[in-house]
Write a protein that binds this ligand. Structure first.
Ligand code: ZN
Length: 321
């Protein structure tokens, strides 16, 4: 199965086309920006966060962490970027080339620098004067974890809680589809039974986390947005095998539901390329459940109103506001 499924943490909602003035998502974005909760960064899908938005996000993270504390995961915090070599081995580029972002750097001499400045001043493209670096942007929060787990797992496998940032090249007027965002994940690595039960259990825990914040989400079988013609087969097969659930919620009335949480079985997609084995010598499976931090904050704002001071005491207390 290795090389077939790339690794989840995607969501199934179709990428939107051109913005339309009548689109309710555009109106929602306008209202959130007008309220000063997010600040326009000049590109669709990229926003600066207000302190109010961030306080809610911290509260959401706290509620999510509490929901998994009894599992005693190893907690790790990852940066927005990761090494290129393991990224290439992860298979992501094969299945989602359109979503990827890489870091390019300048390694030229004075003459190349002069050329770069000339183009910059003339408003012409200059990026081809840069070179590929050994770093890429993370596409999913859990990706840096698997190379770290190469070798033999302890009996029973391992659980991790991952705080990470992600980039995806999908500019949109939909605030729920940011290009830079955070994921808070719970990852299991071990036997097929252990990882599948982790995934299934977290569908229920995820619904509970959201319901405790007044968000009644719905679990649906989903597929990743695999690229191209071959991707359609992968997506169909992923659905048949029920490898992915999403907990979806309508943030903006009149628009498609948004995945707030995605719960994914990767099979041996990461275990095989990164040489992760169970204690009995089998290739390890993995599963991850990712909470979309910004999306949950947006769902809270849409549900309880843009003035967080007016949210119910129950929700405010739960978030530590
Ligand atoms: Zn993940």
């Amino acid at each position: 199965m290795h090389g077939t499924y790339a690794a989840a943490c995607e969501d199934a909602v179709v990428v939107d086309g051109a913005a339309e003035a009548s689109d309710p998502r555009a109106a929602f974005r306008e209202s959130v920006l007008d309220a000063g909760l997010l600040l326009d960064a000049g590109v669709d899908g990229l926003y600066l966060r207000s302190d109010t938005f961030e306080r809610v996000a911290i509260g959401v993270d706290r509620v999510i962490a509490a929901a998994g504390a009894d599992l005693q995961p190893t907690v790790v915090h990852f940066p927005l970027v990761m090494a290129r070599a393991p990224f290439e081995r992860s298979g992501y580029l094969r299945s989602f080339p359109d979503l990827v972002g890489v870091v390019e750097v300048f390694r030229g001499d004075d003459a190349t620098h002069a050329q770069l400045l000339e183009r910059l001043d003339a408003g012409r493209p200059w990026a081809d004067l840069l070179e590929q670096s050994d770093i890429v942007l993370c596409s999913a929060a859990c990706h840096p974890l698997y190379p770290h787990c190469s070798g033999t797992l302890p009996p029973g496998g391992r659980r991790f809680e991952v705080y990470g940032s992600c980039f995806r090249n999908e500019p949109s007027i939909d605030l729920a589809r940011m290009q830079a965002f955070r994921q808070h994940e719970f990852v299991a690595i071990g036997s097929p039974t252990f990882t599948k039960s982790h995934r299934d259990e977290w569908v229920e825990r995820g619904l509970g986390v959201l319901a405790s914040l007044g968000i009644e989400a719905e679990p649906v079988v989903a597929n990743d947005p695999f690229f191209g013609r071959a991707g359609r087969l992968l997506a169909a097969s992923q659905r048949v095998e029920v490898l992915k659930y999403e907990l979806v919620y309508t943030i903006v009335q009149g628009s498609a539901p948004t995945a707030l949480v995605s719960a994914n079985c990767h099979l041996d997609h990461f275990g095989a390329p990164f040489g992760i084995e169970t204690d009995d010598g089998a290739i390890a499976h993995s599963a991850c459940v990712g909470f979309g931090t910004e999306r949950i904050v947006l769902a809270l704002l849409a549900t309880h109103g843009l003035d967080t001071d007016k949210w119910s005491d129950a929700v405010r207390t739960r978030l530590g506001l």
